[in-house]
Every structure is written in structure tokens, then in C-alpha cells.
Design a protein around this ligand. Structure first.
Ligand SMILES: Cc1cc2nc3c(=O)[nH]c(=O)nc-3n(C[C@H](O)[C@H](O)[C@H](O)COP(=O)(O)OP(=O)(O)OC[C@H]3O[C@@H](n4cnc5c(N)ncnc54)[C@H](O)[C@@H]3O)c2cc1C
Length: 602
């Protein structure tokens, strides 16, 4: 090969007569056709799963060459038996590009080189100039450990570090603590509403419960007395006892129950921290459900789960990632439950931000720096780090970032993060997820014998939950808009959003004059919040990433840079509990290196 052409090879394909990608003149990356297979050559049967794998294969090569998705100049997309009415590649590709718009040619083909391949993509990428180390002035302050982010993970990490006798500074971009715990006032200012995390429990969420107790949080048990409601694909509404399977016909009931129990059993078999299963990770959750014989109603039920838990459609998420997400919270049934031990058992009367504010109140003075967004992190030759934030430079022996993966994009790292870490963090994405709290004058649903829980296959709200604060005479229904119906709802004006939710509420609980009861809608769109990483409640992964890069890939330290935040958690990933546990885990890593093992606990 000439000196001006270099091969990029992640899969050790030296035995082949062609390279997966080549760089010419140091400036252009040519990527050979990438099919939708795993690193071991496994090809899932369905087209949609192959699309995700194909894009991940492209991403890996682009990152390995030191480039970025926004450097793609041209793509050729080859699709077998292309059907203009079934453009399943469009959504994953749009998400892959973000705001970037490369030139693209779609080539329908009768077949590809390997009979199982249904899609193949090749690409030309313009390589960026290698980045030079930023020249940072001398640090004005120094600490043993710098923690980035004052959400539950960051506050916990900082307190653990301080309790071990080391010095610590927390750099937080916002003017408040709490991150995704954020409590606002009700209509009349006499109660609290959570626009972020709302629910916790007092058993298997032991760390967050300890914090709630420590700071005197008053809790409200979730109302599960009375009937629940289901709205099916046709818009028909059924009521049934909370905890039962809805009254479908006998065959459908059996199938819905079997699919639910099968998901529970499959998730329980996975390792919580390091799940491995190439076949499960090669397919979307939707393909997995179809392969197990899910009926239309079972698919609707599973769609309620993925929308309500992560804001995604079953076709957007790896089956392995979703099942492991369930396992991390003790299993699908526990995560979906509003009763004892369940993910939605208790609420905090003063709002969950009470917990974050409580932790912040325990910090020694001067540790917390609000309105200090971190822009760059430089690891120097000797291993120490410089952090540039809010116009100042800080230095530390260890840095713990608690940022969600997509928010890491706002920070320049030097040296750049290793390719595997980049592939992990850049593959993480948020679905669409918004909570709208609807305040009413009376709990009319309770008066009609409903507990407030409603599930809908069609939306706009996929799930509705009672969020009353009886002590404060506050009567609230929280509507969860997730996935595609959520996006459609988000495209409406605020009055239209209110109107559609009121119509749905009226229909679900059989009330004709719901507008007369209505006081106020409170909603916050995390999808526009750059410090949340443009979404919530937790990031998710398409097929291919988890099994290829391994469960530890996201949380593994890079030199003296440590990674926390709820999405790095083993247990209760995506929840407050996961955030707290991740903060302690990262603090223990840092402290162990600096000081020996950590012993203090809240
Ligand atoms: C709508 C919604 C509903 C939820 N429901 C529940 C629930 O019922 N139960 C539950 O347990 N969990 C729930 N969650 C999830 C829960 O809120 C999170 O898992 C948890 O709060 C995450 O904590 P964290 O510290 O990992 O991250 P975050 O809270 O995201 O904290 C990260 C911090 O980093 C800061 N930051 C970002 N960029 C920078 C930068 N460049 N420089 C400095 N600082 C930066 C951010 O401002 C933020 O404060 C919900 C979340 C949302 C949004």
C-alpha cells in the first residue's frame, strides 16, 4: 500500500484482500460497505436491527480514524427490496446524523454480497485536523478531587470524598443543585411538583431512602386503591383492578401475560453490571418481542414500558439494553410497580430536590461552585488534570464527571477520550420524554373509583399517575408523554397540549366536564436543556454497543478521570438511586487511588 493510503482496521481483517476503511493523503477516510452485523459476524434476521448495527459499524470506524459524524461528506445506502412505504432506515439515520446533513445516495438492490444482508452503507469522511492541546493558564485553585455536576451523583461523590479526608470542589453549570431533581411550586405556591424525578422506595432503593430520611423528607404512598385504565390501539378504554392484566379476550390476555413473564425471566438471567448476550444485543426490543410471538396487545403493552421508562419506541432500543435496564432495577415487574418495593411507591411532599438540597447543605463552605460550566479537561503528562470552567482554571489529581453521556459533547477533552469510550458515549441517546403535571380542583378520578393509573397505547400520554398531595389539598395527575406520541404532542402549541391532555383524561376516567376542574399544567422540556444533555430520564442504546464494548465501558476511568452519573450505575440505572450509587462508586475509585479504601457512608 502506498504511503499516502493507510488502512483503518478495528476487526483485524488482515486476511481479507480489502480494508474496512482507508485514509488517503491524511485527509479523507473511505469506508468500505458496512453491513448490519456484530463484531463476530452475527447477522440478525430483521432489517431494522441490521440498520442499527450497520450505523454502529460506521461509527466505530469514524471514531477510530479520529473523526466525527459531522465530518461525513457522502454516504451510499444500499437497501435490499427497498420499499418506499417502509422507510425504516430514515429515523435511525436522522438520529445518527443529528443536525449534520451529508450528501447521500440511496441505492435499491435485489441482493447484497451475503444473502442475509439487507442493508449496507459506505461512506466518505473528511478528516479533521488533529487537535492541539489547549493552552491553559496556571490554575487559580487546586483540590485533590474535582467533581463536575451537582446532581445527586456529584453531591454524593463530593461528600464521600470529603468524608475520606480529601479536598474537593464541585463545578456545576446551573444556578441550582439537583440536576434532574427539580421541584417547582404548585398553582397557588402552597405545594410542590417535581418536573424531574418524582418516585422512590424505602426498600431496594436503600441509598436514596437513607438520604430522604436523613434530611427529614415527608413521603406520600402512591395511591393504588381502585381501578386502573387501559386505552388500546383502537382508542377503546377498559378499566381493571390495579395489578391485574386488562380485560382483553382470553387468548390476548394469555399472550400478554406470557410475554410479560418471559421478559421478566429473560431480564433476571442477565448480569446486572456486565450483561453479555450477542444475539439479544444484535436485535431491537421490537424484533425480540416479535421473535417470541408478541401479539398486537402485547406489543402495545411493551411499547408503554419503553415509552414510559425511556421515552423510546421498542424499535429504537437494543433488546439487551432494555432487559438489562429492567434488571438493574430488580426486574421489569418491580420497576413498573407502584406498590411496596416498586419503582413508583413513594413521593416526597416537598419534592425530590429536597434530597439534593439536603446533601448540598452538608457540604463545607466553598466546595460548591454554581454557574460554573466546565468547558475543557486536560490530563497533563504527570497525570494531574486541569479543568477550565466559567473563566477560571482549576487543577486536581482526580476528576469525577457526573454528566450524562450526551452532555459530555460540550466538554473538550485533551487528550481526546479513547475510541471505545467515545463510541460508548456518542452512541448513547435520549428518546422523547416529558412529564406534564395537571392540577385540578378535586380528585375527581378518586371519587369515581380510579386509583389514577392509566396506560395508553396511543397517547398523547402513555402513562398517567396520581400525584396528589392530600396534606396540601393538591390534586394532580402526572401525564408521561414518551416516544412518538410524545413528539407529536410536543409539536403542538401550549393551549393545544393542554386541550389534548384534558380530552384524554376526560375519556380515560369517563368525565365530561374535566375543563371545569382544571387549574394548571406544569411541564418542563428536558429535551431543550443542554446541561441535561438534551433529554431525560436516562440515555439508551441501540443494538450492538453494549455487547461489543462491555458493561464496564462507560464507567471505566480514563487515567485520573472517573465517570459517574446514573447511566453508569449497575443497580437502578436511570433512577435517583443509581445516581447516588454511581457517585459513591466513582468517589471510592478516586479515593482508593489517592488515600486507600473509603469507609464513610451517609
Ligand atoms: C422527567 C424525569 C422524571 C424522572 N423520574 C424519576 C423517578 O420517578 N424516580 C427516579 O428515581 N428517577 C427519576 N428520574 C431520573 C433521575 O432524576 C436521575 O436519574 C438522577 O437525578 C440523575 O442524577 P445525576 O446526578 O446522575 O445526573 P444529573 O441530575 O443530570 O446531574 C448532572 C449535573 O451536571 C451538570 N452539568 C451538565 N453539564 C455541565 C458542565 N459542562 N459543567 C458543569 N456542570 C454540568 C448539570 O447541570 C447537572 O446538575 C427522572 C428524571 C426526569 C428528568
Amino acid at each position: 500500500m502506498s504511503k499516502t493510503v493507510k488502512t483503518v482496521d478495528l476487526s483485524h481483517t488482515a486476511g481479507l484482500y480489502y480494508g474496512p476503511a482507508t485514509i488517503s493523503s491524511g485527509k479523507v477516510l473511505h469506508i468500505a460497505g458496512q453491513p448490519g452485523n456484530t463484531k463476530d459476524g452475527h447477522v440478525p434476521k430483521d432489517y431494522e436491527s441490521q440498520i442499527h448495527l450497520c450505523l454502529f459499524n460506521l461509527r466505530k470506524l469514524i471514531i477510530a480514524a479520529g473523526a466525527d459524524i459531522k465530518d461525513i461528506a457522502k454516504l451510499n445506502v444500499y437497501i435490499v427490496d427497498y420499499d418506499v412505504n417502509n422507510r425504516k432506515h430514515a429515523r435511525p439515520l436522522q438520529r445518527f446524523f443529528g443536525k449534520h446533513r451529508p450528501a447521500q445516495t440511496l441505492v435499491p438492490v435485489p441482493k447484497l454480497a451475503v444473502p442475509e444482508w439487507l442493508i449496507e452503507i459506505d461512506a466518505i469522511v473528511a478528516l479533521p485536523e488533529p487537535s492541539l492541546p489547549p493552552v491553559l493558564p496556571a490554575a487559580s485553585e487546586n483540590a485533590d478531587v474535582i467533581v463536575i455536576g451537582a446532581g445527586l451523583a456529584g453531591l454524593t461523590a463530593a461528600l464521600d470524598v470529603i468524608q475520606s479526608g480529601l479536598s474537593c470542589i464541585i463545578l456545576e453549570a446551573r444556578d441550582r443543585v439537583g440536576g434532574k431533581t427539580w421541584s417547582q411550586q404548585t398553582y397557588d405556591g402552597k405545594g410542590h411538583i417535581d418536573v424531574g424525578a418524582g418516585w422512590l422506595n424505602d426498600t431496594n432503593q436503600s441509598r436514596v431512602w437513607a438520604i430522604a430520611k436523613r434530611y427529614g423528607a415527608e413521603v406520600i404512598v402512591q395511591n393504588t386503591q381502585g381501578k386502573a385504565v387501559l386505552e388500546n390501539w383502537e382508542g377503546n378504554v377498559f378499566s381493571f383492578e390495579y395489578g391485574e392484566v386488562p380485560n382483553f379476550d382470553e387468548e390476548t390476555r394469555k399472550n400478554v401475560t406470557e410475554i410479560r413473564d418471559m421478559c421478566e425471566a429473560e431480564c433476571q438471567q442477565l448480569d446486572t453490571w456486565r450483561p453479555r448476550n450477542t444475539e439479544l444485543d444484535a436485535m431491537t426490543f421490537e424484533a425480540f418481542l416479535r421473535s417470541r410471538g408478541a401479539s398486537k396487545a402485547a406489543m402495545g403493552t411493551a411499547t408503554v414500558w419503553t415509552r414510559a421508562m425511556l421515552g423510546v419506541e421498542p424499535c429504537d432500543i437494543s433488546a439487551l439494553y432494555f432487559l438489562n435496564y429492567c434488571k438493574s432495577g430488580g426486574g421489569l415487574l418491580i420497576m413498573r410497580s407502584d406498590r411496596k418495593d416498586g419503582g413508583q411507591y413513594l413521593r416526597v411532599r416537598g419534592g425530590t430536590q429536597t434530597l439534593s438540597k439536603g446533601l448540598a447543605s452538608s457540604l463545607p463552605e466553598g466546595v460548591l461552585r454554581l454557574e460554573t460550566p466546565v468547558q475543557s479537561i486536560v490530563q497533563e503528562q504527570g497525570g494531574s488534570l486541569k479543568v477550565q470552567a466559567g473563566g477560571a482554571v482549576y487543577s486536581a489529581t482526580k476528576v469525577i464527571t457526573t454528566l450524562p453521556g450526551p452532555a459530555l459533547k460540550n466538554i473538550s477533552f485533551y487528550p481526546p477520550l479513547p475510541p471505545a469510550k467515545r463510541a460508548w458515549t456518542e452512541s448513547l441517546y435520549y428518546g422523547y420524554y416529558t412529564k406534564a403535571m395537571m392540577e385540578f380542583k378535586t380528585p375527581f378520578w378518586v371519587e369515581r373509583g380510579f386509583c389514577g393509573l392509566a396506560n395508553s397505547f396511543i397517547g398523547p400520554a402513555g402513562v398517567i399517575r396520581d400525584s396528589c398531595i392530600p396534606q396540601d389539598n393538591k390534586y394532580v395527575l402526572t401525564c408521561f408523554m414518551g416516544g412518538e406520541p410524545g413528539r407529536a404532542w410536543a409539536a403542538l402549541s401550549t393551549p393545544e397540549r393542554e386541550k389534548t391532555l384534558l380530552e384524554q383524561i376526560g375519556k380515560l376516567y369517563g368525565v365530561s366536564n374535566v375543563e371545569d376542574q382544571f387549574l394548571k399544567m406544569t411541564a418542563y422540556e428536558w429535551v431543550h436543556d443542554e446541561y441535561a444533555g438534551l433529554g431525560c430520564p436516562c440515555t439508551t442504546l441501540p443494538p450492538g454497543v453494549l455487547d461489543t464494548l462491555g458493561g464496564d465501558g462507560l464507567r471505566a476511568p480514563v487515567g485520573n478521570l472517573h465517570f459517574a452519573g446514573t447511566e453508569t450505575a449497575g443497580e437502578w440505572k436511570g433512577y435517583m438511586e443509581g445516581a447516588v450509587r454511581s457517585g459513591s462508586r466513582a468517589a471510592a475509585e478516586a479515593v482508593k487511588d489517592l488515600n486507600g479504601p473509603i469507609t464513610a457512608r451517609l
